[in-house]
Design a protein. Structure first.
Length: 449
């Protein structure tokens, strides 16, 4: 009986782990002393947990592990994806029904960063110029480099991919936004602070939040700044622009005692930011960390989840800002205060947040929330796994997050699935979702009033 009981407990834990991996593709690795984000395997966790991915080895969209869209106001859909070690882009004039001949931007084979929270990024400026960013591992110690490229002919050709940072320590998880003036805002997770600490004998874990802007379409970026030297090193960053076209970031910060909870932080004044560049060479000098308060807002904790961990969740947050200035945030946590996926909002630029509201069915594996705002309407999606298939759920608010519709399923698929993303053309809202079973889909899910 005792042997049977042990076997039953083992099988139960295996089922839980399989569900978690199936839903999120998450690599939950313990941090290593030198390369704390993970000791990644030659065969990715995506391939281990989704055998159908290993069988699909091409660089076409059908074999992609992640696809990121940008939908212009005139209905042109630009899509960038990673598959078979390549970064590839194409565009569609019929909302994803057909695509132009794919253009391979770069190919790094097994060195391409295809972790569960990694994805290529794309943005298009008001003049139609395209800018992309992605990361790949540049050495056997899993230090990464962000490369960028651009196109001024509707994606028919791209410039040769080039490093964002020359001879940097490690950079991963870029996130992009282009404002109405064509300024590119780029944030990423940077390891220069950790590298410098290791040289001084410290066993510092984590990464840092870095930020830079370009006013010439990504040809040159202003000197980068370290906004927060204490962040999780393996979770994507969320970014949204407010009504002043300034970015608000959300990310998993590291607080006192090794607690990894969500935080928001705003850039307040680009002009002041450019004038007050006081970085030191190694990025860890006092002036390089404590930035001019007129340019950078304080780090604001979204919720006290108390997730004390040294492992990598590989599960970053989402953010959107309404026309009224309300900041909407959704995130995943396994803290002592709460576990699951949650939503909260702030009507005072992140100084305080509403009590966290749990999303999804607590009896299922809930993951990968995403947000979009139009005016004061908010769309919120997430993914659930019911043991057989992944299901995308939708909630909508027409009063800036005060009240919400009942969550409803809007799409489902078996096998491997990417994160659900949201884009809009004018008032029309679309779900962007890549699945192995159904391919890439751009589904109309609602219309703003």
């Amino acid at each position: 009986m005792k042997e049977a009981s042990v076997k039953m407990r083992y099988q139960a834990w295996c089922r839980i782990l399989i569900c978690v991996f199936y839903l999120s593709g998450a690599e939950v690795f313990a941090q290593m002393p030198e390369h704390d984000h993970s000791q990644m395997m030659v065969k990715s966790v995506h391939q281990v947990t989704h055998p159908q991915m290993a069988a699909c080895t091409g660089t076409n969209l059908e074999c992609a592990n992640a696809a990121t869209p940008f939908l212009t106001s005139d209905g042109q859909l630009f899509l960038i994806w990673t598959a078979g070690g390549a970064v590839t882009a194409a565009h569609s004039t019929d909302l994803g029904k057909t695509f132009s001949t794919p253009v391979e931007i770069a190919n790094h084979q097994k060195k391409l960063d295809v972790g569960s929270d990694a994805r290529p990024q794309i943005t298009v400026d008001p003049k139609g110029n395209i800018f992309i960013a992605y990361a790949f591992f540049k050495d056997s110690n899993w230090n990464a480099q962000i490369n960028t490229a651009s196109s001024n002919d509707v994606g028919k050709t791209f410039t040769a991919a080039k490093p964002l940072i020359q001879n940097g320590a490690s950079e991963r998880f870029p996130v992009l936004q282009t404002d109405s003036q064509g300024v590119i805002h780029l944030a990423w997770i940077d390891k220069r602070v950790v590298k410098a600490a290791h040289k001084q004998g410290s066993k510092k874990l984590g990464g840092s939040i870095a930020y830079a802007i370009s006013t010439n379409g990504g040809i040159v970026f202003e000197p980068e700044l370290i906004l927060n030297p204490e962040s999780c090193e393996c979770c994507r960053i969320g970014m949204a622009l407010n009504s002043q076209q300034l970015p608000m970031l959300v990310y998993r910060a590291i607080f006192s005692g090794g607690v990894r909870d969500q935080a928001t932080q705003a850039v307040l004044n680009l002009n002041q930011l450019n004038k007050q560049d006081m970085r030191t060479k190694d990025g860890v000098g006092k002036e390089g960390i404590v930035k001019e308060q007129a340019a950078i807002a304080r780090i604001q904790r979204v919720a006290i989840d108390n997730w004390k961990t040294d492992v990598c969740p590989h599960h970053g947050p989402a953010i959107a800002i309404s026309s009224a200035g309300t900041t909407h945030v959704a995130w995943f946590t396994q803290g002592s205060a709460r576990q699951g996926v949650f939503y909260a909002n702030s009507n005072n630029e992140g100084k305080t947040y509403s009590p966290p509201r749990q999303l999804g069915n607590a009896n299922r594996n809930v993951a990968r929330p995403y947000l979009l705002t139009l005016g004061q309407e908010v769309w919120l999606v997430w993914k659930e796994f019911n043991g057989e298939k992944a299901i995308i759920f939708l909630q909508h608010s027409n009063d800036d997050g005060k009240t919400w519709s009942i969550a409803k399923p809007i799409s489902e698929a078996v096998g491997y699935t990417d994160h659900p993303l949201l884009v809009n053309q004018g008032k029309q809202v679309f779900l962007s979702w890549l699945t192995r079973a159904k391919g890439y889909q751009l589904l109309s899910i609602g219309q703003a009033e």
